[in-house]
Write a protein that binds this ligand. Structure first.
Ligand code: FE
Length: 336
C-alpha cells in the first residue's frame, strides 16, 4: 500500500517534471533569442532546452532520430528550409486558433505545419557613388549589363537566394527568372563567397558596387557603434527593390511542432508565445527583423524608419515550394 502510494507520488513527480520542459532545435544563432526563451520560461515556468546547430544538421539529426527524437519544436530561417523540413515529414500539423489569428496567412503554411515569426526583406546594398537610388530600387539592376563586374553575392545554393529566385519564378515566370539569374552571374565581381554581411563589407572595400543582403544584416551594421561598421554604413546604402510591381521579396524565420514531439502541449505554448507582442518585439529589437504581427511597439528607430517599404505579399510556403526548381536554374546558369 505504502509502496503503491509512493509509486503514484513518484509518477506524479515525474509527470510534472516532464511536463515542465520543451526541447527546441533551433538554427537561429542570434543573441537576442536567449532573452526570448528566458522570457517564455519566466511567463510559463516551462524550461527550454535548446539545441543549436546549422539548419542542415538539425534536419539530418531529426531524420536520424525518427520516432525517438526528443525535439518538440523546430526553428529554422527561410521558407525554403521550413518547407523542406515539412516535405521530409518532420513537422506536425498544428491547429492553433491563436497562431491563425495572430499570424497573417502570408507568413504561415496553409496546412499549419509551420509558422513565420519574424520577417525579412531581401534588399539591395549599393555604393551611392556608383549606383543611383532609383536603379537600386529594382532587382533588375543586378542583371543589367551596365553592372558587369560590379555585383557581389553569396552562393546561389543558399536558401536566401533560392527563395528570391523562387519568388521571381512565381511572379515573373521561369524564363524571366532564369534570364535574371544568368544576368547576375555575368555581372559578378568575384566568385560567390561569404554571407550577406561580407557582401556589404565588400562594397565598402570597393570590390563591388551592388550586392544582395537580407535587411537585418544591413540594419545590424547601421545600429552598430563600432567605428569599422560606421565606416561601412557611411559608404553603403540600402534600397528596397521592386519585383514586377509587387514590391520587395519578403521571407520568414519560423518554426513548427516536431512530428514526434514528446511534449506537444508545451510545444504549442512556446509557438504561441513566439506570436505574442513581447516575443515579436524581441525579434525586432534584438535582431532587426520585421514583426509578422502588426502594431507591435518597437524600440528600434532604424527598423521603424524603413518598416513601411512596399512588400510583396506572396505566401512564404509558395516561395519555399519552388526551392528545388530554383536550385536547378542556379546550377544551369552557374551561380555556384
Ligand atoms: Fe540570416
Amino acid at each position: 500500500m505504502t509502496k503503491t502510494l509512493l509509486s503514484i507520488a513518484l509518477l506524479g513527480l515525474l509527470t510534472t517534471a516532464q511536463a515542465s520542459e520543451v526541447n527546441v532545435y533551433s538554427s537561429r544563432h542570434y543573441q537576442s533569442d536567449d532573452q526570448l526563451y528566458a522570457a517564455f520560461t519566466q511567463a510559463t515556468g516551462i524550461k527550454v532546452n535548446r539545441i543549436e546547430a546549422k539548419d542542415e544538421e538539425l534536419v539530418e539529426r531529426l531524420k536520424a532520430e525518427g520516432e525517438r527524437s526528443p525535439a518538440d519544436v523546430l526553428i529554422l530561417a527561410d521558407a525554403a528550409r521550413l518547407q523542406a523540413a515539412q516535405d521530409a515529414g518532420l513537422l506536425a500539423s498544428l491547429d492553433s486558433a491563436t497562431l491563425k489569428q495572430r499570424i497573417p496567412e502570408q507568413f504561415r503554411e496553409a496546412g499549419n505545419h509551420w509558422f513565420g515569426f519574424s520577417a525579412r526583406a531581401r534588399v539591395i546594398a549599393y555604393d551611392p557613388g556608383l549606383v543611383s537610388e532609383a536603379q537600386a530600387k529594382n532587382y533588375a539592376l543586378l542583371a543589367d549589363p551596365a553592372m558587369k563586374g560590379k555585383v557581389c553575392v553569396r552562393s546561389g545554393a543558399h536558401p536566401y537566394n533560392l527563395s528570391l529566385l523562387g519568388a521571381m519564378m512565381v511572379n515573373e515566370g521561369e524564363a524571366k527568372a532564369t534570364a535574371w539569374a544568368k544576368g547576375v552571374v555575368d555581372n559578378l565581381a568575384r566568385k560567390p563567397k561569404g554571407g550577406d554581411t561580407d557582401q556589404i563589407r565588400a562594397i565598402a572595400a570597393g570590390d563591388c558596387a551592388v550586392a544582395l543582403t537580407n535587411s537585418y544584416y544591413y540594419l545590424r551594421l547601421a545600429r552598430s557603434s563600432k567605428p569599422e561598421d560606421e565606416k561601412v554604413i557611411e559608404r553603403v546604402k540600402m534600397a528596397f527593390p521592386d519585383m514586377a510591381g509587387k514590391g520587395s521579396h519578403v521571407n520568414v524565420s519560423g518554426g513548427g511542432m516536431a512530428t514526434n514531439a514528446p511534449h506537444p502541449a508545451e510545444a504549442v505554448k512556446l509557438l504561441e508565445f513566439l506570436a505574442t507582442d513581447e516575443a515579436q518585439a524581441y525579434f525586432a529589437n534584438g535582431n532587426n527583423e520585421f514583426t509578422v504581427v502588426a502594431g507591435v511597439k518597437l524600440d528600434n528607430p532604424e527598423l521603424n524608419a524603413v518598416a513601411n517599404f512596399k512588400a510583396d505579399v506572396l505566401n512564404a510556403a509558395a516561395i519555399g515550394a519552388k526551392r528545388n526548381e530554383a536550385a536547378k536554374i542556379m546550377d544551369m546558369v552557374g551561380w555556384k
